[in-house]
Design a binder for this molecule. Structure first.
Ligand SMILES: *Cc1c(COP(=O)(O)O)cnc(C)c1O
Length: 376
């Protein structure tokens, strides 16, 4: 019998998720309705924040959080050199410049000492990324960038430890490979009420309706003001209903991910040259390993192709941003980021999702050993 192909990540949708979305379709509100409010309340509780604002994607969440942080033209936003494109693009959307800080060569997490080197009077925000679900050193970053707003890119870390100090925020993504999904979706969470107000208007075209916030006296109930540029970044009630249903399962999803990760840890422990990239506090979005491909004399491309043939999907998270043509054109040089280059050169993400069986982990590890030409 042919074995099921194992992608590196995948959603888990049950009948109750389907029923939750169908119920919204039969209701009065497809958007801007009660499912969104419920989702935001549940997210605030899950993340330990005073509030959460749901938006249309993790990218939108980063964009909106930068706006709420006051990021504007000429500002600088420090981001790790190893992350997804969106962590840096959000600064560019507002006319600011992403400034890359090098990362720890073994974990890929932002290095506070490198942040310190990059801080200038124009630094408005720093966006540490909890890569793979491992916890970035927020206290270390805060200590070297005291004037900056901290925006945690927690797309990999829903359910991990959170603390919102000094007006900091965290952003999340609900893309199907993440811990819980809404199809497409995202959110910003935090404690600072002023930032929440800015997020709500930015999500909705910059429209202000509250009497107290108007610049002119209201002539009647239709009145609104655009006080700054905004966008339509709203999440629909269909998406939010799926999110509500999924969020209830987060504890089970996290427990399953940790169990699978522990099994990988155990099976890989005896293999010199293959090290797990994430520490024990990880919320395990990805099961990322660092492989010394040179030592095995096999390229990563070959290993990935062999695994694919064996029915195992893998991915590389991520190509360092200074390597991207867009940022080379803006003057960045990849050779200035030895930590990022080391991490990237050895990175491979193995399949990790809740629907995996224990035996699937064994199958992935067997396939990896064969692909690396390791005899046991
Ligand atoms: C997924 C992801 C994003 C973007 O989220 P989308 O919902 O896909 O827009 C941003 N940062 C990181 C680290 C991510 O993994």
């Amino acid at each position: 019998m042919a074995l099921m192909f194992l992608p590196y990540g995948k959603q888990e949708i049950d009948d109750d998720d389907v029923a939750a979305v169908v119920a919204v379709l039969r209701s009065d509100f497809l958007t801007t309705g009660p499912a969104v409010e419920r989702f935001e309340a549940a997210l605030a509780e899950t993340t330990g924040a005073a509030w959460a604002v749901a938006v249309s994607s993790g990218t939108a969440a980063l964009h909106a959080a930068c706006f709420a942080a006051g990021v504007t033209e000429g500002d600088e936003v420090i981001v790790p050199a190893v992350t997804f494109l969106a962590t840096a693009s959000c600064a560019r959307f507002l006319g600011a410049e992403p400034i890359f800080a090098d990362v720890d060569p073994n974990t890929g997490l932002i290095d506070p000492a490198e942040v310190r080197r990059r801080v200038t009077p124009r630094t408005r925000a720093v966006i540490p990324v909890h890569l793979n679900g491992a916890t970035a050193d927020l206290a270390g970053v805060r200590a070297v960038a005291p004037g900056a707003v901290i925006i945690e890119d927690a797309a990999h870390a829903l359910g991990g430890p959170r603390a919102f100090e000094d007006g900091s925020m965290a952003t999340f993504s609900f893309h199907p490979v993440k811990h819980v999904t809404t199809g497409e979706g995202g959110a910003v969470a935090g404690d600072d009420q002023e930032k929440r107000a800015r997020l709500l208007t930015f999500r909705n075209h910059g429209m202000v309706r509250a009497e107290a916030a108007l610049r002119s006296a209201s002539p009647g109930p239709w009145y609104y003001e655009q006080q700054h540029l905004g966008h339509n970044l709203r999440l629909s009630d269909l998406h939010a209903a799926l999110g509500n249903s999924q969020l209830r399962k987060l504890p089970r999803f996290l427990a399953r991910r940790r169990t699978l990760a522990a099994r990988y840890d155990r099976l890989l422990a005896p293999i010199d040259g293959v090290e797990p990239a994430a520490g024990p506090t990880s919320a395990y979005h990805l099961y990322a390993v660092q492989i010394d491909f040179d030592r095995f004399g096999v390229t990563r491309a070959t290993v990935m192709a062999r695994l694919r043939e064996a029915g195992v999907g893998t991915q590389v998270h991520y190509i360092p941003l200074p390597m991207q043509p867009y940022y080379r054109d803006r003057g960045w040089r990849p050779e200035d980021f030895p930590g990022a280059n080391h991490y990237y050169g050895r990175a491979l993400s193995l399949p990790l999702f809740c629907g995996m069986e224990d035996g699937d982990v064994d199958r992935v590890v067997e396939g990896l050993l064969l692909a690396l030409e390791i005899d046991r």
